[in-house]
Write a protein that binds this ligand. Sequence first.
Ligand code: GDP
Ligand code: MG
Length: 460
Amino acid sequence: MSELPRLAVVGHTNAGKTSLLRTLTRDARFGEVSERPATTRHVEAVELMADGDAVLQLFDTPGMEDALGLADLMDELTGDGKPDGPELIERFLASPQARGRFEQEAKVLRQMRASDAGLYVIDARDPVLAKFREELAILSRCARPLLPVLNFVATPGHREAEWREMLARLGLHAVVAFDSVAPAIDGERRLFTALGTLIEAHRQTLARLTESRAAEALARVEAGRRMIAELLVDVAALRLTLDDESREQAVLVSLRDRVRTRERTLVASLLELYDFGRDQGPDEALPELAGRWEDDLFSAEALRAAGVRVGTGAAAGAAAGMGIDLVTGGLTLGAAAALGALAGGLWQTVSHYGERLGGKLRGYRQLSVDDAIVRLLALRSQRLLEALERRGHAAVERVSLAPTDESSWRDGTLPGALAEARIHPEWSAIGTGFEASAERSATIAELSGAIHVGRPPIKE
Ligand SMILES: Nc1nc2c(ncn2[C@@H]2O[C@H](COP(=O)(O)OP(=O)(O)O)[C@@H](O)[C@H]2O)c(=O)[nH]1
Ligand SMILES: [Mg+2]
């Protein structure tokens, strides 16, 4: 097997080199990131995988801090001999200054020489100053292709156009914009494609990496949708039997707790799916959503905030857990209204209950969760999925959330799959008498198509 392509991630201190690597490796704990200069003092290696194989090696390097000083030294070292770029770099690396004042720069240049190409990370908010030109001139002496990566392009006031102009003047025409905190959905593809044109020998490897990462991303969002659909089925199907009227409050509390716990489980699973927060809570991993989980699901306030219209007759209290009266194996009309989505097939439903529950529940009441709560759960979890889709693993602060198509979940007709779940109490994994069935799985798969995430399909 041929050697893995090696990429040195280089650039000015604080440009976001370590952050870029966090996002590319999907590891929010890679290296150390800080606003203080010179946080990364050593070269640190990491591998990117495709289908379980390591396919690319990346090296995080310390920042170049004194390009102007180093340029002066290089002039001195040039002498009369007219050395070419790599010769001059070797001279510098052999000089005492490479172990002294320019120790950091020496580490960077050594890594560049040992790599197939360099990613030159730029804080695109920085004015285009002479020191950057010097930095690029020194790096180009390593005789390795260099791909400038414009970071911070999601921050207002960036100078992407000025940077592109300057880079073009230096002969660097392949440039990619990649914000490590809020990367564009196709950002990685563009980055690796551009790299493939620069290191032709590894073009196929990079293409393979791009394809496998795109496939993983697609599988991830599909899995996310399915997890949300499963939560909705669990909640819509949930029924707790009230065998003794005096226990109504206790059963209601149990019903709410089961739903709240189920939501927390979903949040944890989604965070894990997106490689976030293995040892963080959702508030740390996703500060932009901080506190949302604390908004009680069963409060009228939470419903209002999410814009969920609560139907007539469903007062805040009633939204908490709707009672369904099972009188002699059937539903009372009041209960039928609660199951709005079922209204059309009411009598069918009644007979269904009759079959399913038989005489056992005659005269008993059951508590279930109102549609408004199901809507709220769908909205909250959809927003979380959307945020995870858009968040780079370098993010440390708030990221604004693009609105998803939420209208259908706010006040539109609920998907038929949910009505189906309503009449299958055994489909609720948080209820009593749970049975996983092929029918339940098919309903979850169907429902996951109704979970909207503002992610354009990946182009072939
Ligand atoms: N908003 C925003 N902040 C970033 C971005 N990239 C890096 N940062 C922040 O910039 C600072 C320096 O980043 P770091 O990765 O340590 O830079 P390095 O010195 O080049 O490794 C840290 O506070 C990062 O959180 C970005 O694309 N957008
Ligand atoms: Mg760093």
